[in-house]
Design a protein. Structure first.
Length: 299
């Protein structure tokens, strides 16, 4: 959930599906407004590279541990930043389709899959460059730093770099992550360890940045379910005092806390599967959250 477009709140274009209610048939949003497959040649190329990467990954069987999954956090954030650059048309036309939605997730997935497979023979714990987590986090950080530098360059060129709301989003997410994790870590949720912290931070960043974007920046929410929650928040008596976004942030925090709590047993019984699924859940929050942060700085 979460993720903004560069249009205002009234500028929604939604992919929809039909549902039947008592008063007839109504149109219900299904997919984010930004969702669209790239042109066929790009789609086929991405599919081929993704299949090849999956085959290499399966053959190499790289370590899936708490540390290696947590090390994917910079990659997740970089994916969100790459998509933000796509939204402001920062890429040359020849490569731009690789960074739309959902293509950008496949593009980054291919890169991280190949790097991960390449460190299959390294220790699965520890953070030095001789370990799998160390290489993963270092490569992801380089990619993320490159994205931020590119975003800053584009912003300076456009004369539109504004860090206030991006900074507030990050600081707010850090504070809320600390508060939520301090509470849930005393329960079984503590079993999820560093990956659990990443999950909470990811959805805190998505929640806080979405609330700020909707109430203060004035950009439009792209995901239909998120938009419904925001609209409910806007219909409450508190909307005039504290805005509509607080409800979305609260839902995201509650969701993250519940997920790490209920995944505790799964992580104990099947650590590799449990951590990997938690990583996917973290990506669903951290990608959109990072996208919002980068986009705010460039509007």
């Amino acid at each position: 959930m979460g993720g903004f477009g560069a249009s205002d709140k009234k500028g929604f274009r939604s992919t929809t599906t039909l549902s039947i209610h008592g008063d007839g048939i109504s149109v219900v949003p299904l997919l984010p407004t930004d969702f669209g497959l790239p042109p066929l040649p790009y789609a086929l190329a991405l599919a081929a590279f993704a299949a090849a990467t999956a085959a290499v990954w399966y053959r190499r069987r790289p370590p899936v541990t708490e540390a290696t999954v947590a090390a994917l956090a910079p990659w997740m954030a970089a994916g969100g930043g790459l998509y933000a650059l796509y939204q402001i048309t920062a890429y040359p036309g020849a490569i731009a389709p690789l960074f739309g939605s959902p293509a950008v997730y496949v593009t980054v997935g291919i890169l991280v899959g190949l790097v991960w497979a390449g460190v299959a023979d390294r220790p699965a714990e520890g953070w030095s460059l001789t370990t799998a987590p160390g290489v993963l986090v270092a490569c992801g950080s380089v990619l993320l730093a490159s994205v931020l530098v590119a975003a800053a360059s584009v912003g300076v060129g456009r004369g539109s770099v504004t860090l206030l709301w991006s900074g507030v989003s990050i600081v707010g997410a850090v504070v809320l992550t600390g508060a939520v994790w301090a509470g849930v870590r005393r329960t079984d949720a503590g079993t999820t360890g560093l990956v659990g912290v990443v999950v909470v931070f990811a959805h805190a960043l998505d929640g806080v940045s979405t609330a700020i974007g909707y109430d203060l920046v004035g950009v439009g929410e792209q995901t239909p379910l998120s938009r419904i929650i925001l609209e409910i928040g806007g219909s409450l008596p508190t909307a005039e005092l504290i805005g509509a976004g607080w409800l979305f942030a609260l839902v995201k925090l509650a969701l993250a806390a519940g997920i790490v709590y209920f995944f505790a047993d799964y992580v104990r019984e099947a650590p590799a599967e449990g951590y990997l699924l938690l990583g996917v859940i973290a990506a669903v929050g951290l990608g959109p959250g990072a996208h919002n942060v980068v986009l705010f700085a460039l509007l």
